[in-house]
Design a protein around this ligand. Structure first.
Ligand SMILES: Nc1ncnc2c1ncn2[C@@H]1O[C@H](COP(=O)(O)OP(=O)(O)OP(=O)(O)O)[C@@H](O)[C@H]1O
Ligand SMILES: [Mg+2]
Ligand SMILES: [Mg+2]
Length: 301
């Protein structure tokens, strides 16, 4: 097969591993920096050019589109879809998963367990909003945050009020969420391929910290998950329309709660923690599933 890897940097661990796994299996891989691709959207003959040449003959594309290039990156991916190229994850599913509110709404509609979550733009009554989500302690999250930055635990009503007021004062988009204390500073990353969790790791925050992000000093180890956790992760990926997803769960005393569903989950942490060849499994999955039009949007993007 000829596989396009949509990635801004071929030297990142995930890109390197995917190239390696594809080449080991006899496939040809071209790395495409989406920002450098340009497209012709004339009726009926979608084309993509790259460095002066037409991109042709691809059987599949693997999107590894960073959050900061979602808009243009998904447009390039959509163009591939319109050309009949099989996408590992579809553009519509990626767009959907990048919108945290939309994702939570979709998951809630299907009855997936979620922490009680509130969202507001300019509430007149912050006290009532806090009451609505069950009161302090609360987790307040900047929607644009990653790696745990902008995730704050407000332990008291007063702290919650002032954190929310503070974020709103600088016009930040925030979520206000029930604090799952019994998770004890851990979350579980389930790596889903197709309809299976192929690997799972537990990330544990250091002492005195509730955020399990590796960037915040968290540590990762392989973990056995329960059948309920397994089915929750698989269902969440499916609801988002993602073939490959990183589903983050919190263990609450009323079952697994989905924190988020990631459409370009990194391979480094999970391969190191579990010793599994996730890149190889992704390429095997593409071999089994890549067919023209084998997407929910039937190649219409
Ligand atoms: N409602 C919650 N209850 C308990 N712990 C939480 C809750 N929300 C988040 N955490 C902890 O804080 C960490 C960071 O939160 P989250 O994953 O939402 O933000 P982020 O990692 O900054 O964002 P992103 O994953 O998009 O980069 C989680 O991994 C988890 O350990
Ligand atoms: Mg996170
Ligand atoms: Mg996240």
């Amino acid at each position: 097969m000829k596989i396009g890897l949509l990635s801004r940097n071929r030297n990142l661990y995930s890109s390197r591993r995917l190239i390696e796994a594809a080449e080991e299996r006899g496939h040809e891989v071209q790395v495409i920096d989406v920002l450098r691709a340009y497209m012709n959207i004339t009726s009926n003959k979608p084309t993509i050019h790259y460095k002066g040449e037409k991109l042709e003959g691809f059987d599949a594309v693997i999107p590894r589109i960073g959050a900061s290039v979602t808009f243009y990156g998904t447009a390039v991916l959509r163009q591939f879809e319109m050309m009949g190229v099989y996408p590992l994850n579809e553009s519509v599913a990626i767009t959907r998963s990048r919108d945290k509110l939309r994702s939570l709404q979709l998951l809630s509609r299907k009855g997936i367990g979620l922490p009680i979550t509130g969202y507001a733009s300019k509430p007149d009554d912050i006290k009532d909003m806090i009451k609505m989500v069950g009161g302090a302690p609360l987790v307040v999250k900047l929607l644009e945050g990653t790696q745990g930055i902008g995730v704050v635990l407000a332990e008291t009503q007063k702290a919650a009020e002032s954190v929310i007021e503070g974020f709103m004062g600088v016009k930040a988009n925030i979520l206000v969420q029930e604090y799952i204390k019994e998770a004890e500073g851990a979350d579980i990353r389930c790596f889903v391929i197709g309809s299976k969790v192929v690997a799972a790791m537990k990330r544990q925050a250091p002492k005195g910290e509730f955020r399990s992000n590796i960037h915040r000093g968290g540590s990762a180890e392989i973990i056995r998950i329960t059948p309920e956790e397994r089915s929750t992760a698989v269902r969440a990926a499916k609801i988002m329309g993602l073939n490959v997803a990183g589903v983050d769960l919190l263990r609450s005393n009323h079952g697994p709660l989905v924190m988020e569903v990631n459409s370009s989950p990194g391979l480094k942490g999970i391969e190191e923690a579990t010793g599994k060849d996730i890149a190889g499994m992704i390429i095997d999955y593409i071999e089994k599933t890549s067919e023209v039009g084998n997407t929910r949007t039937r190649g219409k993007g």
